[in-house]
Ligand binder design. Sequence first.
Ligand code: PLP
Ligand code: COI
Length: 353
Amino acid sequence: MEIVWQQTTAPKAKPDPNGLGFGRVFTDHMFVMDYNPEHGWHDPRIVPYGPLELEPSTVTLHYAQAVFEGMKAYRTADGRILLFRPRLNLERLNQSCDRLCIPPLDTEFVLRALKELLRIEQDWIPSAPGTSLYIRPFVFATDTILGVHPAQTYKFVIILSPVGSYYPEGINPVSIYVEPEHVRAVRGGTGQAKAAGNYAAGLKAQKAAKAGGHAQVLWLDALERRYVEEVGAMNVFFKIGGEVITPELGGTILPGITRRSVLELLRSWGVPTAERKLAVDEVFEAHAAGTLEEAFGSGTAAVISPIGRLAWRMQVIDINEGRIGELSKKLYDTLTGIQTGRLPDDFGWTEEV
Ligand code: PLP
Ligand code: COI
């Protein structure tokens, strides 16, 4: 399929790379493609970034038949553009589509389209330390009918946003609130898909955590409210007695690509790891026993975010005295080093645009 390009007539000024924050400014162009049963995915085009026109009856606005991905493009010191394990994101996008009854995308075609969009927008990729170009591909149903059933028509869009760190804290440790009441996902639900509705369902708890001075919520399992699952926008790891433990992928948490990369790095360094059920009491008991050494979250937006404080019911603990742990720092430096081409890519994780 040929990708049509309609160039903007009103290019925008690039933002100050030092005050980017996360997902606030968008580049000049976006990629769009449509689906209907007669033509499949068709009409791929790169057009000026701007509003999408939708009828009020568009089903996504009512029933959230929508999924998304999050990736980044990085600028190397010698001016190249790198993607990090992009095929894993596109495979996960198709798994999310499958869960939400959305027709799959041709991942190789989408990768080609993404690279074409990135070449057009390459001047938007920031190069300051800790910055990158965030890539947000998403798919949503466009039928205009109020019956609840899988739609016949869809739109796939990729937008780009130059970003700094996800948390205002940057690489400094964040405070996390262990959510005692609300739950994010239950087995059989949509927890392992990157479904738009998952994030809406988490907002109420997140709002309460923010009001209490915490950055995000740590979700517990829905059945017993006992086992650690993940944080709002990242997977979690706890280093206890020399071993790095992360919750197993049981269908309720997102199979993070950063999570997978962290496990692969740790194993290559000979650090003991475990993917298993981890009760929140075990974390607090380890702290009391002096064996909870570090905690951190992992994600594309969050990169490696050290957790400096955990609050659960009436207990508040500081981890590693609220400072970034040695291993968390090594993981952050290694991951960002590979992503930006500063370190050799021994795993073959990066792909040049
Ligand atoms: N968990 C949730 C709920 C997320 O939204 C994300 C972000 O994508 C992650 C975990 C981390 O996944 P990844 O490392 O693939 O970005
Ligand atoms: C990402 O890390 O790419 C995400 O999708 C997290 C997002 C909800 C901000």
